[in-house]
Design a protein around this ligand. Structure first.
Ligand code: ADP
Ligand code: MG
Length: 603
């Protein structure tokens, strides 16, 4: 390697600034994030973001926050200039999103920046324009801001408009890494959504090329979570609060959009003290709670809000502050996991949402013939456990929330061959037969993981099924076939390129059997190197579970009374009876008072 004899020299300010800016400003979305955070710190209740050309030619943010004093405008773009922190001790009680004084100088270093701002007690707005900034370090050369008329860009007597033009036009290395305008817009949108989620009390509007991409009015937290995470689909939202503020210094609020399951984790949000963050540990805690309840490879739409004493968290780990460090991370991990588990266990109590009722109302649905079921009387009273051999009187086991719900309920018929109806007190309870059956099969398959092969029930096929595979995979099939046997399949190698299935697990059902077995074999082959797994059980389970739902009872299947009874009883035994493995509700409740409303019995 050639050694250079070049002398050490301090970089000229404009070069140093542009290099430093890269830490904070990576792409248009980072500009938008920093500027929105400033608007939020300034107390804005309305923020409008406009993009042109994916943010390459223009990023404009208008807010109705407190504004910047004319005298402070030039200081605001100096490095390490901030109004949010004065001493090192303040770092322990930061309540603002910014505090490093880096965003505006970083943006100014890589773009043409204009700031127009007005405070409530000044008569005029003042504007600082791009060409007046350079070189950044020499404050003296910055021309004083000019008074301008305060256009009524927002309905307020104070506020700020920041325009960023020609982003990275002076930094070709950065410009090269910009993606298409559409891709940059979607990064921006993602950030606006995350910040909007963390600040439901503020309205957000995002425009790109004259199109409105987002328009969120000020809302409650759960409404905002729903608007941002639901992708426009109507679904119930469940929430739970764990208050450990006095004992352990934190409070958690968790929200889950029941009914949405996605093949990615982009709808998982975390907010810590009003800051949208991404923490791997917290994400694991969220997901581990859903592991028993959603299909493998499917992720929930859920939001976690943490309020924590500022002394228990270090925000200053990363320049853009998207990563944080917790002092007692294990505590938070367990509390998060517990909060979601409680939410999943706690049943569909709050599933009685307007949307469910609304749909019912729109379809005016109760036909007379459905209301006189001829089913034999079903007894839903729950018996106390059998007395033990010993002489002690058994303590009655508490009913599960689901058993509680259905105790003293009365079967009231079936609707559309899809919903099983129960009447209880002043409520109508509906079970979705397809969703319930999916849940039951899913848990039965899962329970196989812990069973010994000899207790597994298998269903012998009258005509064995042959499934072909590419001959070059023979050795893999041979070495993995016992995993299938461990789960209740009877399968053997039939030739160099085929497996013969003689029996299948009893939950599997025989509907569309051949393609499902084919896909099972494909999945078995697609498993990564088995030597990497200590146990392949769960990997094979995933292959099995994703096929299980195909065999479930469908909506529209006419069930016999004894099938209904058995479905109902098996649902009672489920660990997570309230939702199907795709996250949709299995049970929905409608109050009698709703019926009275529909029939104008009560005003
Ligand atoms: P920081 O947010 O870390 O303080 P910035 O460089 O982002 O640093 O902003 C510098 C200062 O400019 C802020 O401390 C704040 O006083 C002021 N400022 C920036 N944007 C706004 C805004 N939209 N409204 C009011 N004040 C603002
Ligand atoms: Mg800032």
């Amino acid at each position: 390697m050639q050694r250079s004899n070049k002398r050490i020299q301090v970089l000229p300010p404009h070069v140093a600034e542009r290099i430093a800016a890269g830490e904070v400003i990576e792409r248009p979305a980072s500009v938008v994030k920093e500027l929105i955070e400033n608007s939020l710190d300034a107390g804005a209740t309305d923020i409008m973001i406009t993009l042109e050309d994916g943010g390459k030619s223009l990023i404009e943010i208008i807010d109705n926050g407190s504004g910047i004093q004319p005298d402070d405008l030039a200081t605001a773009i100096q490095r390490h200039a901030t109004s949010k922190l004065q001493s090192l001790e303040d770092l322990d009680r930061i309540h603002t999103l910014g505090f490093r004084g880096e965003a505006l100088p970083s943006i100014a270093a890589v773009s043409d920046l204009q700031i127009l701002s007005k405070t409530a007690n000044s008569n005029s707005a003042y504007e600082l324009t791009g060409s007046t900034f350079s070189p950044l370090h020499e404050k003296n050369t910055i021309a004083p801001p000019k008074p301008v008329t305060f256009g009524h860009f927002i309905n307020s007597t104070h506020g700020t408009r920041i325009r960023v033009q020609g982003l990275f036009s002076q930094v070709p290395a950065r410009l090269k890494f910009m993606k298409s305008p559409a891709a940059e817009v979607s990064y921006v949108r993602e950030w606006v959504e995350r910040l909007a989620l963390a600040h439901p009390e503020t309205g957000f509007k995002l425009m790109s090329q004259d199109r409105t991409l987002l328009n969120l009015r000020p809302q409650s937290e759960s409404e905002r979570v729903k608007s941002v995470l639901s992708d426009g689909d109507e679904c119930p939202i469940l929430s739970e609060t764990i208050d450990e503020l006095h004992s352990r210094g934190f409070l958690l609020r968790v929200h889950w959009l029941q009914g949405l399951a996605l093949p990615h984790t982009r709808r998982l949000a975390q907010v810590v003290n009003g800051r949208a963050v991404r923490d791997r540990l917290l994400q694991q805690a969220m997901l581990s709670a859903f592991r028993q309840s959603l299909l493998p490879g499917q992720f929930p739409a859920a939001a976690l809000f943490i309020e924590i004493q500022p002394t228990l968290v270090d925000l200053n780990v990363h320049p853009t502050k998207t990563e944080i460090r917790f002092l007692r991370s294990q505590d938070l991990f367990h509390a998060t996991q517990k909060a979601y588990e409680a939410l999943l266990q706690r049943h569909g109590e709050r599933v009685i949402v307007a949307s469910a009722v609304q749909t019912a109302r729109n379809n005016v649905l109760w036909s007379a013939q459905d209301s006189t079921p001829t089913q034999p009387r079903l007894d839903f009273g729950f018996q106390a456990p059998h007395p033990a051999a010993s002489s002690t009187t058994p303590t009655p086991q508490p009913l599960s929330p689901l058993q509680e719900l259905f105790s003293t309920s009365r079967w009231a018929g079936t609707l559309f061959n899809t919903y099983i109806l129960y009447e209880k007190g002043d409520e109508l309870i509906l079970i979705d037969q397809h969703a319930a059956d999916e849940r039951i099969r899913y848990e039965q398959l899962r329970s196989r993981l812990s069973l010994k092969p000899e207790i597994l029930g298998s269903q012998v096929l009258l005509i064995p099924e042959v499934v072909h595979f590419p001959a070059e995979n023979r050795s893999e099939v041979e070495s993995r076939i016992h995993y299938l046997e461990a789960l209740g399949f009877e399968a053997e190698l039939f030739s160099d390129e085929a497996i013969l299935f003689r029996a299948i697990p009893s939950e599997w059902g025989t509907l569309m059997l051949k393609p499902r077995l084919k896909s099972l074999v494909d999945r078995l082959l697609a498993l990564s190197d088995p030597s990497q797994h200590t146990s392949l059980d769960s990997a094979v389970f995933e292959a099995l579970a994703s096929e299980a739902c195909h065999s479930a009872i469908r909506a529209g299947d006419r069930l016999l009374p004894e099938q209904i009874q058995s479905l109902f009883e098996r649902l009672q035994r489920c660990e997570h009876p309230w939702n199907c493995p795709h996250g949709r509700p299995t049970i929905v409740r409608i109050q009698k008072s709703k019926f009275e409303e529909w029939f104008s019995r009560k005003l």
